[in-house]
Design a protein around this ligand. Sequence first.
Ligand SMILES: [Fe+2]
Length: 134
Amino acid sequence: MPLFIWKPSYETHIPEIDYDHRQLVGLINELYEAMKQGQGYDLMNETLNRLIDYVSQHFETEEGFMRAGNYPGILDHQKEHQQFRASILEMDVRRRAGHAPPSIELLTYLRDWLRDHVTTTDKELGRYLKKMQN
Ligand SMILES: [Fe+2]
């Protein structure tokens, strides 16, 4: 049973953004499965590396849509992205120093991100972009 089940109601209806979000949910569930097998710590290196790539590519995609659509909420939305990026990089710094955060810390952080950003802030962006397209 995965930790987080993607629901159609979470979709922004912007295919590029939804594709990325589903990738993120997959990554979170993989980490959760590894933890259940007692292998969460082993997957930390890979998960953090994947997240760093994900963040630079995915946030650029979203922010590109915001700029193109003159999204009025861009600054607040970008602030949330910057906060997420900083947290992931900070965990990566700890990992490089040999003090990787416990996998439950990362997992909890990612779960909260899905709840507080992907299914709320990003949904709001999706609604705006859809309205602009119509
Ligand atoms: Fe976002």
